[in-house]
Design a protein around this ligand. Structure first.
Ligand code: HEC
Length: 211
């Protein structure tokens, strides 16, 4: 039996959209968000965010130091990579600041220069040397934000007490809501456009800096 051309086309369209529908459904279920919101153990430790390597990449600093005398003292060269959970990132794009439940990760790795075909410059070694989290959880922490220190990216993290210098440096120098947005090139223009830069950062930054 011969099908009229039109009904064959219609049948193809129906089958086709069904296949696409199933495919999209599968993509969606594969992407179903793994743990993004902060979660804690009964003793107050923070659970490690297992999929942070699939989060939004903000920047890598290399050998950043914040006091003149610290320069070149340690002899160890390190990259730090900063990631933020995708929902917080979307919130920042919309508002220029961080929503409640934001989780930011700082991951430190040795900077190596000898390896494979490399002749100059640095690349990142495979082991994670340092792992810290800055989390905004307004109902849980008196100052809204807290820092956690982790021995490794897959172990629970310990809360760093409020009197630690993490809090004062981030409060006094972070460009947006105690985070170092001045070093995250995709976010700084948004904060400028939305007018969310902290007064302290604006005061200590000469006009045109960072260009
Ligand atoms: C003297 C200033 C200073 C101190 C003290 C400090 N930080 Fe930071 N922190 C920075 C800077 C600058 C960055 C941006 C790093 C980059 O651009 O790679 C940063 C970034 C971070 C980030 C990425 C998210 C964000 O807030 O921007 C985390 C997490 C973090 N620091 C944790 C800590 C912890 C934990 C401590 C205390 C043990 C600490 N910091 C102490 C200056 C400081």
């Amino acid at each position: 039996m011969r099908f009229p051309q039109k009904s064959v086309t219609a049948a193809c369209l129906i089958v086709g959209s069904f296949v696409i529908g199933v495919a999209l459904h599968q993509v969606r279920s594969v992407k179903a968000s793994p743990q993004e919101a902060p979660a804690y153990a009964a003793n107050g430790d923070m659970l490690p965010p297992t999929h942070y390597r699939e989060w939004i990449y903000l920047s890598s600093g290399i050998d950043m130091s914040y006091t003149p005398k610290a320069l070149g003292m340690s002899g160890m060269s390190m990259f730090d990579n900063v990631f933020v959970d995708p929902e917080a990132w979307r919130g920042f794009l919309a508002s220029g600041t961080w929503p409640d439940k934001t989780v930011m990760v700082l991951e430190g790795r040795h900077a190596r220069s000898k390896g494979s075909i490399n002749q100059g410059g640095h690349f990142q070694a495979d082991g994670v040397m340092d792992f810290e989290i800055h989390v905004k959880d307004e109902s849980r922490f008196p100052g809204k934000w807290a820092f956690f220190s982790f021995d490794s990216p897959d172990k629970n993290g310990t809360l760093i007490p409020q009197k630690a210098d993490c809090y004062s440096c981030h409060n006094e120098h972070g460009a947006v809501d105690t985070s170092f947005v001045q070093f995250y090139p995709t976010l700084l223009p948004i904060a400028k456009a939305k007018g969310t830069l902290s007064a302290a950062y604006v005061r200590e930054t000469p006009p045109g800096a960072g260009k």
